[in-house]
Design a protein around this ligand. Structure first.
Ligand SMILES: Nc1ncnc2c1ncn2[C@@H]1O[C@H](COP(=O)(O)OP(=O)(O)OP(=O)(O)O)[C@@H](O)[C@H]1O
Length: 264
């Protein structure tokens, strides 16, 4: 259960979003219904352009729906944003090159007006959580891509939000680094009890990480299937060879096929 006692971290009802463009309307989301419970790890998977990022941006109050309702932590996305209910991790780490890792991680705290000592203490705490102890004085360019992305996760967590929104955070990394980060992310999720909403193109990544996998159709993005994972919370990488894992991956593939994601 979330700190504020709200059990539903995200509640989406009949949500639609149409972008008005010079070339006419773009129907990005249509009749989306979704419940994310506090503590869940939910992944959105679907073909390119199906609205995964748009749905995430609606949760984050960065896009306004044109129909339906949504609450985040029991309140409107705007109220949730103002209450700093979520941290957002983008595909690129987006760290400032002239700031040390510690000062990048502490940037949201600086904006919040926290004092220098507290900022330093919190930045160190979250750097430890993402296994970057000792790198606080380094600059982004001195870190590998995977380490930079871990620093950006620390930045998203440093003000202790209930919800972590992650938009293809590991999409640009090679598979070996990605495997490692996936394992570390699961450990972090387990340790912190955060609710995670995660966007990915990768079926194995979605199945490995998630308690619930939301399969989306090509535009206008609709939900084809929501799969509750039978896998235990603790997941070593070799769970990917287990029959249960392969069964879930197969169901994701079937959902994508039913939604015509593979048609060209
Ligand atoms: N501001 C905007 N104005 C007009 N169309 C937009 C806007 N933002 C997104 N779109 C369109 O809405 C659709 C959904 O985009 P979105 O980025 O949510 O897809 P996605 O599933 O995240 O794609 P990808 O996996 O490639 O990142 C796309 O067709 C996109 O071109």
């Amino acid at each position: 259960m979330a700190r504020n006692g709200v059990e539903r971290a995200v509640d989406v009802r009949d949500l639609s979003l149409t972008f008005q463009t010079a070339d006419g309307p773009v129907y990005a989301l249509s009749q989306v219904n979704l419940e994310v419970k506090a503590g869940d790890f939910v992944s959105f998977i679907g073909p390119s352009g199906c609205g995964k990022t748009t749905l995430m941006r609606v949760i984050a109050d960065l896009e306004q729906p044109t129909g339906g309702n949504i609450t985040v932590n029991g309140v409107s996305p705007q109220e949730a944003r103002l209450a700093r209910a979520y941290g957002y991790v983008f595909q690129a780490p987006a760290l400032y090159p002239w700031r040390s890792i510690e000062r990048n991680v502490a940037l949201p705290l600086e904006i919040m007006g926290l004092g220098r000592e507290e900022r330093r203490e919190r930045a160190r705490k979250y750097l430890e959580l993402v296994n970057l102890t000792g790198f606080d004085k380094k600059y982004p360019w001195q870190l590998s891509g995977g380490m930079q992305q871990r620093a950006s996760i620390a930045r998203a967590l440093c003000f202790d939000p209930d919800l972590l929104l992650m938009d293809e955070p590991f999409g640009a990394l090679d598979e070996i680094v990605r495997d490692h980060l996936n394992e570390q992310l699961l450990q972090l999720w387990d340790k912190t009890g955060k609710t995670v909403v995660f966007v990915t193109h990768s079926i194995p990544e979605a199945v490995f990480l998630s308690t619930h996998i939301v399969v989306m159709s090509p535009r206008p993005g609709r939900i084809i299937d929501i799969i509750e994972s039978p896998l235990p919370r603790e997941r070593p990488l070799d769970i990917r060879e287990s029959p249960e894992f392969l069964e879930v991956a197969q169901r994701v593939r079937e959902g994508l096929r039913a939604g015509h994601s593979y048609d060209e």
